[in-house]
Design a protein around this ligand. Structure first.
Ligand code: 8ID
Ligand code: ZN
Ligand code: ZN
Length: 349
């Protein structure tokens, strides 16, 4: 039976902190499902949301979280293809109109009227969360809900970004911010696809982790005297990587990428630092034929494919689990860049 009250982490004012308290359990609308969230990954986006970093307002009070994995406990009368007891996940795109130019061609993340979990609607840092039935992630029963939770944003996003980069098996991909949540997933997806990876991040702990999960090379930006040269030297012909995925939460690396990417290479921007701008020399961009583009989560098919990589046992990105009640401590570590991999919260404690 579904309780009427539940534990949640609530952002009551922009800037935080989160407040651990009891709130009512929501009721699903006709086209929605209610998921008993067991575990949720903590994405840097959740911190951006709490801090009001972006030029898009959040709802307030707000329950954050968009990597929530759990069990369907209720569904609206229009929902036919998900059963009570199925595993399902709350991802960033909670819902979209399904009828605009973008939705009609499965570019749902570009829908001008999206509902965003843990941003414009309440997300997965609560024990019971609502998702539009056509957007919730379908999670196979054999998957571990704890380990799969970070796939629901980090995994889907980097899987899509690797595809958008056009990098091919046997080529080189540089991942900037490789020691973080998205970065560690990117290393595993790239490895599964037969792509060489050059990881950039800071510190020995992240370096050790990156090497363990598949990076061919690690460049420590806090120690390197010349990041650009070190990245080029990590490719066999020293021409630099065929593609770069920038996940860092600072502006500098977005500008640096055009210095080491191979001519005709692609820079995919994924990280979303506050108030940041892209800057690249027009001369080099033209004469070296550099592509610079963005990539934003993934559509329903990308989501299913990213989950399938996990189900097949190809993705083992490191995570640590703590209670939902400790979310603010996770944010403190995240602010300082001290998390290697991902944190997952267990909603039962
Ligand atoms: O769809 C999207 N585009 C999308 C989806 C999900 C998340 C975008 N994001 C955004 C988040 O909002 C955030 O801005 O991607 C960014 C990274 O999210 P994350 O992986 O959850 O953050 P993290 O775990 O804190 O990792 C960031 C890493 O960047 C490193 C840090 O050390 C950390 O490991 N880093 C920084 I900050 N500066 C760096 C630099 N100069 C750097 N690494 C290399 N060089
Ligand atoms: Zn996210
Ligand atoms: Zn739409």
């Amino acid at each position: 039976s579904i309780p009427t009250e539940q534990w949640a982490q609530v952002v009551e004012k922009s800037g935080g902190p989160v407040v651990y308290k009891k709130i009512p359990v929501p009721k699903p609308g006709p086209d929605e499902v209610l998921i008993n969230i067991k575990y949720s990954g903590v994405c840097h986006t959740d911190l951006h949301a709490m801090m009001g970093d972006w030029p898009l307002p959040t709802k307030l009070p707000l329950v954050g979280g968009h990597e929530g994995a759990g069990v369907v406990v209720a569904r609206g009368e229009l929902v036919k293809d998900i059963e009570i007891g199925d595993y399902a996940g709350i991802k960033w795109l909670n819902g979209s109109c399904m009828d605009c130019y973008y939705c009609r061609q499965a570019d749902e993340p570009l829908c001008p009227e999206p509902s965003l979990s843990g941003y414009t609607v309440d997300g997965s840092f609560q024990q019971y969360a609502i998702g539009k039935a056509n957007h919730v992630a379908r999670i196979p029963k054999e998957c571990d809900l704890e380990a799969i939770s970070p796939i629901l944003c980090a995994g889907i996003t980097v899987y899509k970004a690797i595809k958008e980069s056009g990098v091919r098996p046997g080529q080189y991909l540089t991942i900037v911010g490789a020691g973080g949540g998205l970065g560690s997933m990117a290393l595993q997806y790239a490895k599964a696809m037969g792509i060489h990876t050059i990881a950039i991040d800071g510190g020995e702990e992240k370096g050790k982790m990156c090497k363990e999960i598949g990076a061919s090379e690690y460049v420590d930006f806090t120690k390197s005297k010349n990041v650009v040269q070190d990245v080029k030297n990590a490719t066999a012909d020293q021409l630099g990587p065929h593609a770069v995925i920038v996940l860092a939460v600072s502006e500098g690396p977005f500008q640096q990428a055009s210095e080491y990417v191979r001519s005709r290479g692609t820079i995919v921007c994924v990280g979303l630092p506050a108030n940041a701008y892209l800057k690249a020399p027009v001369f080099d961009t033209v004469t070296r034929m550099i592509n610079i583009k963005g990539s934003y989560v993934g559509n329903r098919q990308d989501s299913a494919e990213a989950i399938e990589f996990f189900r097949r046992g190809l993705i083992k990105a490191p995570y640590k689990t703590v209670g939902l009640s400790q979310l603010q401590d996770v944010y403190h570590l995240m602010e300082k860049g001290q998390i290697a991999g991902r944190y997952v919260v267990d909603t039962s404690k």
